[in-house]
Design a protein around this ligand. Sequence first.
Ligand code: IMP
Length: 185
Amino acid sequence: MQNYQDFLAEILIDEAAIQARVAELGRKISSEYAPGDLLLICILRGGVPFMVDLSASISIPHMIDFMAVSSYGVGRRESSRAARVTLDLQTDIQGMNVILVEDIVDSGHTISAVLQMLETRQPKTLKVCALLDKPERREAEVPIHYLGFTVPNKYVFGYGLDIDEYYRNLPFIGVADLDRYKPPA
Ligand code: IMP
């Protein structure tokens, strides 16, 4: 099992920059919603560190919930995707102000499918808060109402983002040099 230093190309966003930006997003969200009127939904597993820090930096009373989805292609070229819910919410979101918290919007298929599915449950409002946006890879248009950082078209890891399910715990966002990365045996 490799240490991340073995394949880290560069630290793209360091811990201090992440924490400062998350605090800013928390302040912005706190100013835009009424106390008690807000539900954050974390998409497992990549959104967890971001969700924890974001929730702590939101000063108004709010609720949190979690869901997990796996997305898969429908149609021959997989240009559109559907999301299968593998862990559903505990909360009835009808009439609620909802913010979906995601680690990264890459192709956009995951968020797009989750938004469509949640819309059918009739929330009062439904917005997206993403830590990272990788716009060069976009295939499905999705609105990002609250954004941490735009990143280049490189494989990034840390602060929730994994490589083969590892390295989510790192406090920074790094770029992986995949030529130097060896998958766990
Ligand atoms: P989508 O392509 O926008 O549907 O992204 C789906 C998921 O792929 C994201 O929520 C991440 O968990 C994962 N993902 C996309 N790009 C990266 C990356 O650069 N590093 C780690 N995970 C990624």
